[in-house]
Design a binder for this molecule. Structure first.
Ligand SMILES: [Zn+2]
Length: 428
């Protein structure tokens, strides 16, 4: 893929000194090419294109909620150049055929590199391993495997999955939720769940699985990635595992960095999510964990749902919220404005490390000549009030509606070709 030539003039590279970037034929170049289009980037921060380890694109099967096209347009608008598409589609992405279909749809849309995640078990049923090797060998070259939405709760299956993916450098991404401890669970277990009369979702249901799995990762010598970690205890367990040198990585969502369970007092299902919003103490702990590198990555868990799945009673509403188009703003608010991370740190947690975890050689790179020109320009001085109707996503279930958030994505380049310019998604 190649595009127009660009000169990106005066961008603050990783938030540091201002410099020019030259883009030609899909890669960064030493010098400007004659006739290159100029992007005035004074005051803008240049980061490597963002990489999401956890996106629900919903296609095939739930095209009323999102499609690969609408989801990757949303991703580009949010500054992403690569997304990992979760396997809980219909049919489930548990065969080479389905992952190749998703990968191909991503190529045709042209807004992001779409890396399908393969299911760990057939039909996400947790009974027997899916065709992990066939998915790895397919054109989609799957390296991340997850039953996300469900926990691989069977310890023997989890062990076998870890052993299996080790052969081709894969990673098992676990949705850590002990099923018996969360039967009927509706929100974080604590004083508030008691007051609101909603079934509690205890922190230990997440922590028990993470504790088990970091030990399995150590035992097998194979890579474990912890999805959407949400509690202070989970941070402690991952910190301990890393101190022992275990091959473990972890992600946190933007919403777990910003929002707390207190929002649930109005019973608005837009705040219903899995894992649930937690306490202010947990929010503080996950921010600290992201700052010190215990948590490797911010991953959106972008989970679009049609209006009818959210505009209903709390108890029956679907779990999940949008995230792609607001992620960098939420990270600016929670991590940069608080002094916990600088922009180089944001580049590390939202591009470099997630690219490494997912095995994406063309993302999370430096701006040096010859490297693929995947880059996002962020205006940190901008701010906006989030309007659900203005989002690229087909769905509207954003928890930030009406909220003023800092920062704006001004431009996104994918392999040297603009997917976003002047803050607008480019038609392709
Ligand atoms: Zn999940």
């Amino acid at each position: 893929m190649s595009g127009t030539s660009y000169v990106i003039r005066g961008a603050q590279l990783l938030g540091g000194e201002a410099g020019d970037l030259y883009v030609n034929d899909g890669v960064f170049a030493e010098d400007a090419v004659r006739g290159a289009a100029v992007i005035d980037a004074a005051g803008l921060i240049a980061l490597p294109g963002l990489v999401d380890l956890h996106t629900h694109l919903r296609e095939p099967g739930r095209e009323d909620a999102e499609t690969v096209l609408t989801g990757t347009r949303a991703a580009a608008a949010g500054g992403f150049t690569a997304v990992h598409a979760m396997a809980n589609t219909d049919p489930v992405a548990d065969t080479a055929g389905v992952v190749e279909q998703v990968w191909r749809l991503g190529r045709e849309a042209g807004y992001c590199d779409v890396r399908p995640v393969g299911a760990v078990t057939v039909g996400l049923k947790g009974e027997r391993l899916a065709e992990l090797g066939a998915m790895a060998d397919s054109a989609a070259r799957v390296r991340v495997f997850s039953d996300d939405g469900h926990c691989v709760s069977d310890a023997a299956l989890m062990r076998r999955a870890l052993e299996y993916v080790k052969a081709f450098g894969g990673v098992v991404a676990q949705h850590a939720q002990e099923p018996r401890l969360t039967e009927g669970a509706q929100m974080n277990e604590g004083e508030l769940s008691g007051m609101l009369g909603l079934q509690g979702w205890p922190a230990v249901a997440e922590e028990a699985i993470i504790a088990r799995d970091v030990l399995l990762a150590a035992h097998t010598g194979s890579r474990l990635h912890v999805c959407h970690l949400s509690t202070a205890g989970s941070v402690e367990i991952v910190r301990w595992a890393k101190s022992r040198g275990y091959p473990v990585t972890a992600e946190v969502t933007p919403h777990h960095l910003l929002l707390t369970e207190d929002l649930i007092q109005g019973y608005d299902p837009v705040y219903k999510v899995n894992p649930p919003l937690r306490s202010a103490t947990d929010v503080e702990a996950v921010r600290a964990g992201l700052a010190d590198g215990t948590i490797d990555a911010v991953a959106t868990d972008h989970a679009p749902h049609p209006v009818e799945a959210k505009d209903c009673e709390w108890a029956v509403a679907a779990m999940g919220m949008l995230g792609l188009e607001t992620a960098v703003s939420v990270v600016q608010r929670t991590m940069v404005e608080t002094g916990l991370l600088d922009w180089a740190g944001v580049a590390d947690r939202m591009s470099v490390r997630p690219a490494r975890i997912g095995g994406l050689a063309e993302h999370g790179r430096s701006f040096e000549a010859g490297a693929p020109a995947n880059v996002v320009l962020v205006d940190p001085a901008a701010s906006r009030v989030v309007e659900p109707g203005a989002l690229q996503s087909l769905s509207r279930n954003t928890p930030y509606a009406g909220m003023k958030l800092p920062g704006a994505v001004v431009a996104t380049l994918l392999h040297g070709s603009a997917t976003v310019l002047d803050g607008r998604v480019v038609e392709r």
